[in-house]
Design a binder for this molecule. Structure first.
Ligand SMILES: Cc1cc2nc3c(=O)[nH]c(=O)nc-3n(C[C@H](O)[C@H](O)[C@H](O)COP(=O)(O)O)c2cc1C
Length: 493
């Protein structure tokens, strides 16, 4: 199922009892973010919140409502992608890559790309789009970003930040499109800082434009079908168009129109589109501080200045936002959906891989739990090295490997085996690796070490000659009889 706009998505959330409308005025300065933080930590991720009367720092009322925590539960994440469950999409991806088992990760991605094309997920062109119902150009004056209820989410943030943007760029040579979710700090009515981190595709495109000395056209879409923003977060390899992926997920191609002021195409269904350029000779600007996914403030750093040339929007646009910080938060559900959907691609390359979880406490890159079917000595280490070599998994600081029967989605169960099965000196490995730019722990930004902990049962070939002990488990008959006895006792019969 596809949604024609954020409004269509909000109506669906409302019908499903998943939306809370806040009709009283609420400030974009901290208040809306604090409400979403509290809600996302309530049972099951709480509800999506629609703030109908956002109010700016000077008391000004905005003309657009704010949707936040829209993706913030397993149910809403699946609804956002127009499905009953996210696993359903993973199964479809599995069917695509199983057609011809690939010899490596690159081949697996290639198979997925060709599969997506065959599924008629290719973006299409259209002549007009609702995203351009209203057009504001920089030379006409106007409030620019000041019209949009952009949130300041934490007290020491350097200003208001757009937190769910789909940042669209093109490779200047191949013209391949990339869409990444990179936050944007508002610097002025027609100016922002673009936070594409060092390792991301937007940064690679930016470097090419700089080297070629050409101004870089950039478009930032907000809203539209919620599958679009999800696709912008998915760790797809360079070369797979995220909007093609969104088309596959929602079973309907994404339609595009030419931007009004830049030579770039934009999704016709977006609620807002912000168009502009990055100057190849321009000095980078201070970006931050920003209360980040990590639960800490990321300090000020240098990022490209985005000069806005036009802002277009729907007449009835809704501004989508999120707040990131100490987990669990809305971003956990976006990250988990990527893992569930892309797992078949990883499994194709690592046949021993049974399951993988990025627990909320690890905020994406700090912690991964993997279960595997171990056949030979050091296979857990082999799997860890493979995962560290797989795209954005390279950022994973600590990987804990457990046997196939362990439920990696149950952190308590994983911790039990971590404690029970590990001889720390024998079972840990350390590697040097690029690190996530947000990670404040390494002594030098962007580089550091990663650790792998093998919490599987050990084999003779791994130097364990004592005979691994058997786990205590009662018989199925005794367990069944116990359940009956207890049920009767508790029921008073
Ligand atoms: C809510 C949210 C905000 C994000 N903000 C940023 C950001 O500011 N900068 C960044 O480089 N990545 C950010 N990410 C992660 C990227 O969106 C993600 O790594 C994506 O796969 C990058 O796309 P790319 O591989 O096309 O560069 C964010 C993710 C989420 C879910």
């Amino acid at each position: 199922m596809a949604y024609e706009s954020t409004r269509g998505w909000v109506e669906q959330l409302d019908r499903a009892g998943e939306l809370l409308r806040i009709r009283e005025p609420a400030r974009t300065n901290l208040e809306i973010a604090a409400a979403a933080d509290q809600e996302s930590k309530s049972a099951g991720g709480g509800k999506a919140l629609l703030f109908e009367k956002p109010v700016g720092p000077d008391g000004q009322e905005y003309g657009f409502p704010v949707l936040i925590n829209g993706y913030g539960s397993a149910k809403r994440m699946a609804m956002a992608l127009g499905r009953e469950t996210v696993e359903e999409i993973g199964e479809e991806v599995g069917a695509l890559v199983k057609a011809k088992p690939p010899a490596g990760l690159a081949q697996a991605w290639d198979l997925l790309k060709r599969g997506l094309e065959l599924r008629h997920a290719r973006p299409v062109s259209t002549r007009s789009g609702s995203c351009q119902e209203v057009v504001h150009r920089v030379n006409e004056g106007g409030k620019g970003l000041g019209e949009i209820p952009v949130l300041k989410t934490w007290p020491k943030d350097g200003g208001p930040f757009l937190t769910l943007p789909q940042v669209i760029t093109e490779d200047p040579e191949t013209k391949e499109r990339n869409v990444g979710m990179y936050r944007m700090q508002v610097l002025g009515s027609w100016e922002a800082a673009l936070h594409w981190q060092l390792h991301k595709v937007g940064a690679r495109h930016g470097k090419k434009y700089r080297e070629m000395g050409q101004p870089m056209p950039v478009a930032v879409a907000l809203g539209g079908d919620p599958a679009n923003a999800f696709a912008a977060t998915a760790p797809l390899p360079d070369g797979i168009d995220e909007y093609m992926f969104a088309g596959f997920v929602r079973k309907k191609s994404v339609a595009f129109v030419p931007a009004v002021s830049q030579p770039i195409r934009v999704p016709a269904d977006a609620d807002f589109v912000i168009e502009g350029t990055v100057d190849p000779q321009g000095e980078p600007v201070d970006e931050g501080p920003f209360g980040d996914h990590t639960g800490f403030y990321t300090p000020v750093d240098k990022y490209p200045r985005f000069r806005i040339t036009a802002i277009t929007h729907r007449k009835d646009a809704i501004y989508p936002a999120t707040v990131v910080g100490k987990p669990p938060m809305e971003d956990f559900w976006l990250g988990s959906a990527s893992v569930r959907i892309l797992m078949p691609v990883l499994k194709m390359n690592f046949p021993e891989l049974v399951d993988l979880a990025l627990p909320a406490e690890g905020v994406f890159h700090n912690l991964a739990f993997v279960s595997l079917k171990k056949q030979y000595p050091y296979q857990a280490f082999k799997l860890m090295h493979g995962l560290w070599g797989a795209g954005q998994m390279m950022f994973t600081k600590v990987i804990v490997a457990v046997d196939e029967h362990v439920n990696v989605h149950d952190t308590s169960e994983v911790l039990f085996y971590l404690g029970a099965n590990v001889d720390p000196e024998r079972d840990t490995i350390f590697i040097k690796s690029p690190c996530d730019s947000l990670d404040h722990a390494p002594s030098v930004p962007n580089v550091g070490s990663h650790m792998g902990i093998d919490a599987t049962r050990k084999l003779l070939g791994e130097g364990y000659a004592r005979g691994w002990p058997e786990e205590c488990r009662t018989t199925p008959e005794a367990a069944a009889r116990a359940r009956e006895l207890m049920a009767r006792a508790k029921g008073g019969r």
